[in-house]
Design a protein around this ligand. Structure first.
Ligand SMILES: N[C@@H](CCC(=O)N[C@@H](CS)C(=O)NCC(=O)O)C(=O)O
Length: 245
């Protein structure tokens, strides 16, 4: 018998970075539910402000509290996945390597796409402004891809020979490299390309891709269905910003 309130991940589509949190939940293999946020449908349901006042997925509703920020969600799941080799005990060298990689991905790597998303999403830019943003975004992404390509020259996964939740997180944001069509990844960054291919073939990644495409038919190992924001309303915190309380 499953507990009445399973951990629930709020994920955003399309192209959300929350994709990586879905993959992490699949790899962990413990029952969970999903709540879908259509990010292009404006305005968003104001109820979501009770999940995250910053109005950004992902967020995880777990043990009656909401946890936003991919970094904290991945580290929370990594702690639960130590027995499965997905995370490591705090104070160990492996833990430091995991947090360093997650920190890098969540800052330098993620941020390198910001000018590109701005150019992509804003409908009100002059062609010159758009070109400028695409130029600086491309330069930044090139720098990050070159770094990752060197790193992946002698390892299968981001931390070495076994996958960790850094790889789960990367599955959501690393796909933006191909999505932005900036260069031929296979030719320019063959190690990164090989790694992205391997990630793309992973069962958890395939599931996350399917759920993004069609929330009704995808079947995961630990996925127990969708819930709506309205159904979750009684479980959501009342205060807007717990940190400020
Ligand atoms: N710092 C947050 C950023 C989350 C974030 O930027 N989410 C994006 C999707 S990848 C989002 O909510 N975009 C919609 C918006 O900003 O309106 C994290 O790492 O989890």
């Amino acid at each position: 018998m499953e507990p009445a309130t399973l951990p629930t991940l709020f994920y955003g589509v399309p192209q959300g970075c929350s994709f990586g949190s879905i993959v992490a939940l699949e790899w962990l293999g413990e029952p969970y539910r999903l709540c879908r946020i259509e990010m292009l449908e404006q305005p968003w349901d104001p109820l979501f402000a009770r999940v995250n006042p910053l109005m950004k997925p992902p967020a995880l509703l777990v043990d009656g509290e909401t946890l936003s920020e991919s970094l904290s969600i991945q580290l929370h799941l990594a702690a639960r996945g130590i027995g499965r080799g997905l995370g490591f005990a705090q104070g160990t060298r492996d833990y430091d390597r995991l947090t360093r990689m997650l920190g890098y991905l969540n800052t330098d790597f993620f941020a390198s796409f910001a000018p590109l998303w701005l150019a992509y999403e804003s409908g009100a830019l002059e062609p010159q402004q758009e070109q400028f943003l695409r130029g600086i975004g491309r330069d930044e992404v090139v720098r990050q891809c070159a770094y990752l390509d060197r790193l992946l020259a002698d390892r299968r996964w981001l931390l070495g020979e076994t996958r960790s939740l850094a790889d789960a997180y990367f599955s959501g944001i690393g796909r933006w490299v191909g999505y932005m069509k900036l260069f031929d990844t296979q030719r320019e960054y063959p190690n990164l390309h090989r790694y992205l291919q391997a990630l793309g073939d992973d069962a958890g990644v395939r599931f996350a891709r399917n759920i993004e495409k069609d929330p009704h038919t995808a079947r995961g190992t630990a996925f127990r269905g969708h819930v709506t924001l309205q159904e979750l309303e009684p479980l959501l915190p009342r205060i807007q910003c717990p940190e400020a309380a």
